[in-house]
Design a protein around this ligand. Structure first.
Ligand SMILES: Cc1ncc(COP(=O)(O)O)c(C=O)c1O
Length: 395
């Protein structure tokens, strides 16, 4: 099937599922955690690997860097920025670490984020603060939430002369909220505070024009909503940032230390760069499925799915639809222990008894589940989940 063309943005759902390797009989409603890569994109990745192995020296010395820069240029077109401002990284965690571990923090500085921060990013903030004597500040963002003002008011109130850096999610992981990052950047810019956006879910979920958004750095995964191979992500460094991008280093220091950005990122030791090189195929596939229209269709589908679940199970949306993308988090209605282990038990039961994969989380001491919508989903998937949850509630 590799090499075949997807249908247009109409006729999605079941009609395009064969482009993915997803197991037959599985209801896959957790695209958000790790994405899922279509056969065609994996085929392109394999072609890069074969090219390398046919003549390793020619590939590593002559082909790799121009190939990466050409891929960055195409990704730049998609993100409305210059390719030279983009460095490839393995994942958003690495992009966040590159900035955090390069950024000069002093004793008493504050690094501000929110209570919805992704766990690994929270740990990285704690690590750099521990080493420098800086202080992590967690802004308590409510959930349920009634609008973006609730975020903006709290962040504005927490900014101070000590705030050295703001790290904010574009789309939060446990609660699936699209945060008002544009306005957060404006608040910070007025105070000359640098902003790092963790856009792990951004590319392919929301139309992105990074230059207009204007943070100092934006890291995004291509392996989630753009369906690129695992390990394909980027770090965008705003050329107009007050912090020189030549001071931002990858977490691994190697040959190209002190070379102008982004040479250090393009090569920091022998590795498999095929995921980065095949971003072009992922972008083409995404465009053929509809591009921004696909994201809009997925947004509507997940809202319809959430409405169905709310009707069937007596639940409520916990955020206005304008703060949602292609994932929705709802309160888990069934029995279950409110703990990390309890969340895993519920997730496993839904898989083992119903063949449904859905994210189940503990957040603020309550169990929640998060649904997603990607091209291969249709409304029947949410009907199956509703029936499974009803069975769990009644068990
Ligand atoms: C907000 C957020 N940040 C960071 C990550 C980490 O992504 P990765 O594992 O690709 O580094 C995730 C993963 O879901 C996320 O949701």
């Amino acid at each position: 099937m590799i090499g075949s063309s997807p249908t247009s943005s109409h006729g999605l759902g079941r009609a395009v599922r064969h482009h993915w390797l997803l197991e037959e009989g599985m209801t896959f409603l957790n695209h958000g955690s790790f994405g899922a890569t279509p056969r065609r994109v994996l085929g392109a990745q394999q072609n890069w690997r074969l090219q390398l192995e046919r003549q390793p020296l020619r590939f590593m010395i002559d082909t790799l860097t121009p190939g990466l820069r050409s891929a960055a240029s195409q990704l730049g077109d998609f993100l409305a920025v210059a390719g030279e401002d983009l460095a490839f990284v393995e994942n958003a965690t690495t992009g966040v670490n590159a900035v955090l571990r390069s950024f000069k923090l002093n004793t008493g500085d504050e690094v501000l984020t929110t209570t919805h921060v992704y766990g690994a990013v929270d740990k990285a903030i704690q690590f750099v603060c521990r080493r420098s004597g800086a202080v992590p500040v967690l802004v308590d963002v409510p959930f349920p939430i009634d609008g973006p003002q609730a975020v903006l008011k709290r962040i504005e109130a927490a900014l101070s002369e000590r705030t050295a850096l703001v790290v904010v999610d574009h789309i939060t992981s446990p609660t699936a909220l699209v945060l008002p990052v544009r306005q957060i950047v404006d608040l910070c810019r007025a105070r000359e505070i640098p902003v790092l956006i963790d856009g792990a879910h951004g590319p392919g979920m929301l139309p992105l024009r990074l230059g207009e958004l204007g943070p100092d750095w934006y890291t995004g995964n291509c392996h989630k909503w753009l369906c690129a191979p695992k390990g394909c992500a980027f770090l965008w460094a705003n050329p107009n940032s007050q912090v020189s991008r030549d001071d931002i280093h990858p977490p691994v220091i190697s040959h190209f230390l002190d070379e102008p950005w982004p040479a250090e990122f393009d090569f920091y030791g022998t590795r498999d760069s095929s995921a980065w090189l095949s971003v072009r195929e992922a972008l083409d596939f995404f465009a053929e499925l509809g591009g921004d229209e696909l994201s809009a269709r997925n947004h509507q589908l997940v809202l319809d799915g959430a409405a169905l679940l709310c009707d069937e199970l007596g639940l409520e949306l916990l955020a206005p639809t304008a703060m949602l993308g292609t994932m929705v988090t709802l309160a888990y209605p069934g029995p279950g222990e409110a703990s990390v282990e309890g969340a895993q038990t519920v997730r496993r039961a839904l898989w083992e008894q119903h063949r449904i994969e859905v994210a189940v989380f503990l957040f603020a001491e309550q169990l929640y589940f998060r649904i997603s919508a990607q091209a291969y989903n249709d409304l029947d998937d949410y009907r199956l989940l509703a029936a499974a949850l009803r069975a769990e509630v009644e068990a």
